[in-house]
Ligand binder design. Structure first.
Ligand code: AHR
Length: 318
């Protein structure tokens, strides 16, 4: 497919003449550093850029959409060849994406999706966020069988696509298992600190935790914070309260090896590799990538030699 389908014929003619054979300068608007997973994504993006000789202009938005919009406008003003955007929330991007489109700068979404017309970005490199939640829910349904199970849920950042989709996916995963009920659900902002704080309030509200059978956290960092809260409440995480989460960061494997976490669904932090490959092909001969470049999701449990995985992963930028 040629890039014509993305920008239209008139724009195509000028872009073909102007475009370098590979992307040289790429702006990256990163959300911040709320989790170990995000730190790894940032590290890998820098590494991947360096390997390809790309001049990466990095902007840390400190969790604020307004900072991301400013960064995008600054990248557009600088005339970068392309933009990577990891969008903190799903809505509110149309205007700035229109500006990038008018400037003929392709935008690639990383790890999260947006609620905006598809013609405003080149492609999105993400996992199937709904599927991740469903895998976590199915794992729990299998683990508890017919036993009654009250679940507390730590959601990701409010309004972000992983928070929305992982919630919906988990609900799909436990659908039809009437013995499993989500009794409390609140955002922990994808951070350890907030995960711990919110878990403390769940424990307090649920008879010191006696009424809780499982924790589902939308990322491992919140789960790690919550595990601490469970221990401080005198309970055994992984046993008194089952723990299932998403990301597969090294620390959750340590917790799994210690019996304090039960399962995690892996999200690769290497979103930039496929994004740069798609951009290189697009810049070279106009090859338009599919609208969604899907990364793999894999379930890990205590049976997968978590200590060995911790050792493999711990030096990888998390
Ligand atoms: O968008 C991906 C999510 O964002 C990761 O699961 C979480 O850790 C992060 O901060």
């Amino acid at each position: 497919m040629l890039r014509k389908t993305f920008w239209g014929t008139a724009a195509l003619a000028s872009l073909v003449l102007a475009a370098p054979s590979v992307a040289q300068t790429i702006g990256f608007s990163q959300i911040g550093s709320e989790s170990g997973w995000r730190a790894a994504e940032t590290t890998l993006t820098h590494q991947q850029a360096e390997e390809r000789g790309i001049d990466l202009k990095f902007a840390d938005a400190q969790q604020k959409q307004e900072n991301q919009i400013k960064a995008l406008r600054s990248f557009i003003a600088q005339g970068v060849d392309a933009i990577l955007l990891a969008p903190v929330v799903a809505t509110g991007w149309d205007a700035v994406l229109e500006e990038a489109k008018e400037a003929e700068i392709p935008v690639v979404l990383l790890d999260r999706t947006v609620d905006a017309p598809e013609d405003l970005y080149l492609t999105a490199v993400t996992s199937d966020l709904v599927h991740e939640g469903a895998v976590a829910g199915q794992w729990l349904a299998k683990a508890v069988g017919d036993e009654p199970c009250n679940v507390v849920e730590l959601q990701g950042t409010t309004g972000s696509s992983p928070a929305i989709d992982r919630k919906a996916g988990f609900e799909q995963g436990i659908a039809g298992h009437d013995n499993i009920k989500i009794i409390r659900s609140q955002t922990g902002d994808f951070t350890r600190t907030k995960g711990k704080e919110v878990m403390e309030s769940f424990l307090k509200a649920e008879d010191g935790g006696k009424n809780i059978c499982a924790l589902y956290a939308h990322n491992d960092d919140m789960a790690v914070g919550a595990i601490q809260a469970i221990k401080e409440a005198g309970l055994k995480p992984g046993d008194d309260i089952l723990v299932v989460s998403i990301d597969a960061v090294p620390d959750i494997f340590k917790s799994m090896a210690e019996g304090e976490a039960n399962a995690t669904v892996e999200l690769t932090p290497n979103m930039a590799g496929p994004a740069f490959d798609a951009l290189a092909a697009y810049m070279k001969d106009g090859t338009v990538p599919p609208k969604w470049i899907q990364t793999e999701s894999k379930l890990y449990t205590q049976e997968d030699d978590p200590m060995a995985i911790y050792e493999q992963k711990k030096g990888l930028g998390y």
